[in-house]
Design a protein around this ligand. Sequence first.
Ligand code: NAP
Length: 517
Amino acid sequence: MQKLRSYVQGEWFEASSGFRPLTDPCSEEVFAETSTEGLDFAAVVGYCRDTGGPALRAMTLGERGAMLAAMSKALHDQREALIEYSVESCGTTRKDAKFDIDGASGTLYYYSTLAKGLEERSCFADGEGVQLGRSARSWGQHAWLPKRGVAVHINAFNFPAWGLAEKAACALLAGMPVLSKPATSTAALTARCVEAIVDSGCLPAGALSFVAGSVGDLFAHLGPQDVIAFTGSADTGRTIRGDSRVLDAGVKVNVEADSLNAAVLAPDVEEGSDVWDLFLRDVSREITQKSGQKCTAVRRILVPKERLDDVLGELRSRLEGVVVGNPRDKGVTMGPLATAQQLDDAVAGVAKLQEHAELVFGSGQRVDGIGNDAGRGYFFAPALLVAKDATAQSPLHEHEVFGPVATLFPYDGDAATAAKIVSLSEGTLVTSVYGDDVKWLSTYLQNGGAYTGRLYVGSEKGADQAPGSGLALPQVLHGGPGRAGGGEELGGLRGLALYQQRVAVMGDRAIVDRMIG
Ligand code: NAP
């Protein structure tokens, strides 16, 4: 039996008891196990702070950028092996595996490029300085300084590579050492990524640590200079936010949680137009990519009432083409859900939605997978529902089914009505709107903008270059208000703010400027 190891205090650690199993979601066989029993979390955190922190802070931004480029290369050099291992261990299709692995190396590379032009600096100035007194010499300048603790990264199961990289890129460039803890069910792939990075020798000692399994009493050793960046369910987010040590010590916490993302079709979009096609392409991909286990997946689809039948017909025919099964079979286009628990939750979730919506496509039950033994595997085919009452507050706007499931909401075509319906979920990571009527789109922004972290506009001119609403590009913010966790990640250099203290430096201008460099 393969045993996962944690990478702490500059060494690989293997536990001898307390193991949790990792299961192949197609065969349902246990292929690995992991445990953190016996780890001394006080020493682990101390090593990050006392060894990794000083090493990173001694580097210029240019050197940290070069380090991220080397991390990106280490992953890219192992690309084929990592994709293969993702298919084998996580049950993802090759396409979904590439999305995760290339997303990881691409994000690290993007952050390496942000250090260009800042090569000799060791900290960032925040905006322009400002004159404070009558004399121009009396000066104030804000600067960002790396926090002196450790960045604890707790990730969800759905992006074992990207989750590691997108958080680490920001923390390391900011100058903070990272302690990364992936979800146990897919930690085997994260472990391979960490191995590739560690073996490349591109990091100073203590810059990156990795915990495969439970966090044990880690939180008891955190303090006010430490940061927790969490991605996962709202329930776990609440538990972490409410942890007494986290509260007492004032540990900074960022939460990326559930989100019932919406796609809204504006009434000006003609059937058969480029925008119509973009809308259907985006929505069907966002329902099925990664088997719907994506925080940015579309869960709610708003269409003008008179277009409901046409949209439903188009989506049905696209989803009928999805081949659910074991991704080792080349014909399969959608893999299983990650765990037995995820499957149970998806089945129960659709049943819950059916109290308020009609199931019009799919069964909402487990199915057998192509290329797999009958009766085995956590397979779940796409499901579509239509809301009975689009404007009513209901679980349709509150309960995220983390699988290939979406609900259609017919609405009156008014932008303000659409924004009101979308806002019933109290916060999304992304809302996508499709149309060319700028007045309608602006009205949507004014009414619905405060309820989302990102507004993606699909229009005719941009249709051929549209990246897709579910792509969390490092250039733009990832995160959303309310139910989505209230957090912010990525967004270029904005993503570093979580790991830095903003300091207002006041004094004689010549001195202040030279201090900040
Ligand atoms: P989860 O059960 O909340 O687990 C997330 C992470 O938290 C895992 O690493 C888990 O470790 C850890 N964890 C669980 N209990 C903990 C505790 N008491 N203290 C510290 N860590 C704890 O979520 P999941 O099932 O992995 O992911 C699915 C959810 O994530 C969905 O709701 C989805 O919306 C959300 N998600 C959000 C985003 C976003 O960016 N907003 C992205 C992806 C996913 P173990 O695995 O070891 O239990």
